[in-house]
Design a protein around this ligand. Structure first.
Ligand code: NAD
Ligand code: FES
Length: 280
């Protein structure tokens, strides 16, 4: 059983929880994810790790209440337990394997969209702690949906915020900011984009025009998280891959985003039906 040690609402429908999970905390790396089951009968919910603390033996997760299971999850309070917390799963971010002097030469920019800002946080934290200075572009629908801006700044990263409606900072999409930064002379070597699939598709389209290396983190529908069920199948460079074991990070220029988005939409009806059942 995995005890909830902390809970905080970051934005409407977005929650952060610190979970006591010593084994996961000890081996977690930036870029990896966990699969949470709230109780024995619960659905398996894949969530990217937002932070981990080896000393406190905790793992931080951030989730949005989008369906039946995440709405139930948000009802859990400090002191409650989740029945299962499997992980860390997936491959860690590629950059952690690079030599530090090489990494320090690289100019990296993270593009974080909405809830996708949460999985960007541990990557930025890891890099800043190694002395690698990075830029972060955070995009959100409006001011109240901007998350982890101050936490990202506290790490020392240079943060640009944009909102779709212009209610905070500047108005526009993350791709507008990225284009402006590149055109203004920021000579980035590596773009890492995490957020809604449509955002990652358009970031990859833009960076392809500039010939910029681009990594994206996919979160397709997952069931077992072990490469057995095929639910998270995606096509990368014409080859079939499974996001749970081969990813979740991939070369953004090789992903068949349209197929990935079609597969994500396939389950909408079932999710909708579960949601209606819980709301009755
Ligand atoms: P959102 O729809 O509010 O979008 C966030 C930002 O993405 C926007 O503010 C905008 O700047 C940018 N964006 C959106 N559409 C764009 C487009 N067409 N072109 C350029 N930029 C665009 O995001 P949300 O509702 O918080 O996101 C939820 C989604 O994020 C869910 O689908 C969830 O699955 C996904 N998510 C992904 C990960 C991951 O690991 N990849 C993690 C958490 C959440
Ligand atoms: Fe089953 Fe990836 S979740 S193969």
């Amino acid at each position: 059983m995995y005890k909830i040690l902390g809970k905080r609402q970051l934005a409407p429908q977005i929650y952060l929880m610190d979970i006591y999970a010593p084994r996961v905390a000890k081996s977690a790396k930036p870029g990896q994810f966990v699969i949470v089951k709230i109780d024995e009968k619960g659905e398996r919910i894949p969530l990217t790790i937002c932070d981990y603390d080896v000393e406190k033996e905790t793992v931080t997760i951030v989730f949005q209440t989008l369906g039946k299971s995440t709405i139930e999850m948000a009802d859990y309070q400090v002191g409650d337990y989740f029945s299962d917390f499997a992980g860390p799963l997936g491959e860690a971010s590629e950059f952690i394997h690079e030599e530090l002097p090489v990494l320090k030469q690289q100019r990296m920019v993270f593009v974080a969209g909405g809830v996708g800002t949460a999985p960007v946080y541990p990557q930025v934290k890891w890099l800043q702690q190694q002395g690698v200075q990075v830029d972060v572009i955070i995009g959100a629908r409006n001011q109240e949906m901007v998350i982890l801006e101050n936490e990202m700044k506290a790490l020392g990263a240079t943060v640009y915020v944009t909102t779709d409606d212009g209610s905070y900072s500047r108005k526009g999409l993350v791709t507008d900011v990225l284009k402006e930064l590149i055109d203004s002379g920021k000579a980035y070597d590596h773009v890492i984009a995490i957020g809604p699939m449509i955002m990652m598709k358009f970031v990859a389209k833009l960076t392809k025009e500039y010939g910029l290396k681009t990594t994206v983190s996919l979160n397709p529908i997952m069931v077992d998280g072990t490469g057995m069920c095929g639910a998270c199948r995606i096509t990368v460079g014409g080859q079939i891959k499974f996001a749970c074991v081969d990813g979740p990070e991939f070369d953004g220029h090789l992903i068949d985003f349209d197929e990935a988005m079609r597969r994500q939409a396939m389950y909408k009806t079932e999710e909708g039906q579960s949601l209606l059942a819980v709301e009755k």
